[in-house]
Design a protein around this ligand. Structure first.
Ligand SMILES: O=C(O)CCC(=O)C(=O)O
Ligand SMILES: [Fe+2]
Length: 254
């Protein structure tokens, strides 16, 4: 349990509020370096985005039904093994803060990627402006989600596309500690280049680390300008324990 939860909210100085420290941490990442990593490999790390207390608090709320709009048992749909729940609006404070504070940092990269890929979509500076676009097109259901895996569970390679409007980057935050809470269960990305076989990238994450990655496509610079490659992500089988992830997707679903 988060130690702050036992204190009245008035006893917290602003610097102690979990959402303030998340905003501060987001501001302190080197976003030029993040953009460079994304351009080079389609993914970038944000180490220690959430502290251990925040990770534990989010993971423990998996069973708090009032927070979620739906639950998906992956085996029923051929998505893998394990389950996930989509949050309902209003999102929990931490999730809302992450979504609205990460978005403005990623929007310029997303717009540049689209220009490089010849896609005529630019992203507004603020998340609420982008969500208004989704909502006007009937994509009104929130997509941030909490995933839970146990021994033997895995997440098949996939792309989180939910309608016409797509924000091309998303973020996943590992809430559990490898080696202590679980074994196996690695986050993987695959990249399919035109006329070539797929290659796989295993992303090393510790508890609280986030990975920013391409939802479905990214530009790669070649001799005649940029070309598009296709990405998918998933999680390898867990050998033991329990693993939770918080997924932050920016477009809403129809
Ligand atoms: O559990 C994971 O690391 C993958 C989560 C995922 O598929 C997502 O956040 O979209
Ligand atoms: Fe996903």
């Amino acid at each position: 349990m988060n130690a702050n939860a036992t204190k009245p909210i008035g006893a917290l100085t602003p610097a102690q509020r979990p959402c303030d420290s998340i905003i501060e941490r987001i501001e302190n990442f080197d976003w030029t370096e993040v953009a460079a990593q994304l351009d080079a490999s389609g993914r970038a790390l944000l180490p220690g985005l959430l502290n251990e207390d925040s990770c534990a608090a989010i993971a423990q709320a998996y069973h708090d039904d009032a927070r979620y709009r739906s639950r998906v048992v992956m085996a029923r749909h051929g998505f893998g093994r394990g389950e996930y729940r989509y949050f309902r609006y209003p999102l929990p404070d931490t999730v809302q803060t992450l979504r609205e504070s990460l978005y403005p940092r990623l929007a310029p990269i997303a717009s540049r990627w689209n220009r490089q890929m010849g896609v005529a979509v630019e992203y507004p500076q603020r998340l609420d402006e982008f969500l208004a676009r989704c909502h006007d097109a009937g994509q009104t259901r929130p997509t941030p989600l909490l995933l839970r895996y146990g021994e033997g569970d895995y997440n098949c390679l996939h792309q989180d596309l939910y309608g016409e409007h797509v924000f091309p980057l998303q973020v996943a935050i590992l809430l559990s500690q490898p080696g202590r809470d679980f074994d196996g269960g690695e986050f993987v990305l695959t990249e399919q280049r035109p006329r070539m076989q797929s290659r796989v990238d295993v992303v090393p994450l510790h508890q609280g680390d986030a990975v920013v990655f391409a939802v479905h496509q990214r530009p790669v610079s070649g001799v005649r300008g940029h070309y598009r490659v296709n990405l998918r992500h998933g999680v390898s089988r867990l050998h033991a324990g329990q693993r939770h992830t918080l997924g932050v997707i920016f477009h809403d679903a129809s």
